[in-house]
Ligand binder design. Structure first.
Ligand SMILES: [Zn+2]
Length: 287
């Protein structure tokens, strides 16, 4: 249970890479910046974990030592609504990432559910739900029942993952919790976040459907985003005035509802924008 709002980067920040830091050093370096969350990127993984167990456990240990909350972003090569072979491989990829998450002590395992292709949204929803239920059964039989699966709201119209779809999946699949990528929702819904109320509405909907516990420690991604009529185009840094959404507005609702979310920065300058968002929220909380 997370007792304060937390901020951190999606992956190792560029400046850490320049100094050739080891993965196990990342939690301490984040702590030195006053950050306290880290989303490990297993985004290029195949059907087997692509890190050694010892390395994963060491990252977990160092994260706990530095009070940095770990999560894992699962493989991009997951599509639970593809052909039979793709679905099977996707399930294996999710399970490989879940294994590593267990080694690290990370939660949740964030993932992109899939693409509609030529199917209707209803067909796709049923396919994804069945596939995910099967994954949950397999995780249980592997002793991985503690791993939370985090389907993410997606920014392109070709991708499964509207707010309603993600919440419906979480209503119907055990071990699932929503991951709200605010930029993706903003892009998908053509700039929906213009005022505080627009953010409040989303949080209230999640609470109504999944309970207060679901918003208290909500796992989020936040960046500014550029979009077209098809949805997401690219992520931008927080200081870009031409793009939304505005983190100030979300910070107002976090303060108003007294939430303790985990906010992962997916901006091109990862940790620097995580620090900016943290400072915006601290100001709000001081009233
Ligand atoms: Zn993602």
């Amino acid at each position: 249970m997370n007792t304060r709002p937390r901020f951190g980067p999606a992956g190792v920040p560029p400046s850490f890479k320049v100094m050739k830091a080891f993965l196990a050093d990342v939690p301490r370096l984040l702590r030195e910046e006053g950050l306290d969350a880290f989303e490990y990127q297993a985004v290029r993984w195949g059907e087997k974990p692509q890190m050694r167990r010892e390395e994963a456990e060491k990252l977990g240990l160092k994260s706990r030592d530095n009070d940095v909350l770990l999560s894992v972003h699962g493989s991009y090569f997951i599509n639970l609504c593809g052909d039979r072979q793709t679905i099977e491989a996707s399930k294996n990829r999710l399970i490989a990432c879940a294994n590593a998450a267990k080694w690290m002590g990370a939660q949740p395992l964030v993932f992109h559910v899939g693409y509609y292709g030529k199917r209707t949204p209803n067909q796709v929803f049923e396919m994804c739900k069945e596939a995910l239920k099967d994954v949950v059964e397999r995780l249980k039989s592997l002793g991985l029942e503690s791993i939370k699966l985090g389907p993410e709201t997606m920014g392109k119209h070709s991708q499964f993952g509207s707010l309603d779809e993600i919440l419906a999946l979480c209503e119907q699949v055990e071990q699932a919790q929503p991951v709200i990528d605010w930029a993706h929702l903003h892009a998908r819904d053509q700039g929906r976040f213009k005022k505080v109320d627009d953010f409040r509405e989303v949080l209230v909907e999640i609470e109504n459907r999944l309970g207060t516990g679901a918003i208290k420690n909500l796992h989020c991604h936040f960046t500014k985003i550029e979009f077209t009529e098809k949805g997401e185009k690219r992520h931008h840094v927080l200081d870009e005035k031409n793009y939304g959404p505005d983190f100030e507005l979300l910070a107002s609702v976090i303060a108003e509802f007294k939430l303790n979310p985990v906010i992962i920065s997916e901006s091109p300058i990862l940790d620097i924008d995580a620090i900016k968002m943290r400072d915006i929220l601290i100001k709000k909380l001081q009233g």
